[in-house]
Design a protein. Sequence first.
Length: 415
Amino acid sequence: MTGVTSTAKEMFRGRRPMAAVWWEACAVGRAVRAAWRGPGRERDLVVQSLKAAGAALLAWAVAGVWLDDPMALMAPWVALVLVQATVYSSVRQAGQQFSAICAGALMASVAQAITDDTTAALALSLPVLMLIANWSRFGPQGVYAATTAVFVLASGTAVSASAVGHRVGQAALGAVIGVAVNALVLPPIHLRDVRENLAALAREAGDVLQSVAADLRETEWDAQAASGWTNDSARLQRRLDALYSARSWSRESLRLTSGPLRKLHRAPTALPSEDEDRRWSRVTGNITALTRTLAVAADEHRTPAPPDGQALDLYARLLRLLGDACHARAGRLLGESGGGRPEEETEATMAELHRRLQDGLRDHAGQGPARTAVLGTLLLQAENLWAEIVPSPGHGDADHPGTRQTAEHREDRPR
């Protein structure tokens, strides 16, 4: 597969339009494979798309076939757009869209009655309706006021109270069908997104810590490396924002959905605790502070100076173990085997590294305040990360009930 990718890169080198088409096709292929493999964001998108198409077909069957309505366009149109990402948003947008459609139909009728000319009626009604469309109460559905007026006036039928009522009725029929299909047929539940974002945040936090550890041990500590760490911590913040967004969507997806239908959908029934969000928010903040301290110490124009090589090596080893613990918790969140607490030997190693770093801090105190300040700050951030990533039993580690820690390990843990 790597060979195919390399060959494709050579073929499309210098041909940007073709390369863009190729990479887009690859992205589509990956999405199709992901939807085929099992539950996930891609399969949810397929389900929602098919539901929207099914709702439109059902609305057309009712309005155009069963009721034999020659102007049945409104029903499938409204049903199609109201199969939204959550049932609650479908209901909310149904009310907004229905109100916009009523406003558009009424305004078009009034304009037609005043001008008795289609072009003049459009010129009179559309500017007003587009201004109304920006009213916050309509949300994103305000534009349907103007499009409804265009449909009403461009259809060529006589404008009357019965015609307006007929179109409004069709819109109401489409809204009912669209909302009902979304609520009753595999209602969209987005609980999986929270767990996936939490696991991704934990995994990426571990990646950043291990990257910093590798650079501290294997490369020269300079401003360029520190800049890379800062960029990595900024990506962690964006991942945290994505987690908050997923949490909001998950709460909304549980509103107005039936418990039995959730079970029929076989969607996840529980969310990770919001304590996990706060925990990884603190971890992200500590990693950001850690990389900022390293960046300041790497700046030759600033007073703080980096610790000596031995202390940096010990610190790098501690960060690597903390990164391993992050990866373990990411696996635990996804239900993967081996994602529990670190082994006692690992925790003992971390405690030994912490003790030696504290001894090193006392040694640095004799070398001047600049090096002492940096090592002390770095050690504090590592202690904060340790307390969050590998919490003591009985202190908020809900994911690992019943775990125990030996007394000698607890004595060396950061307080």
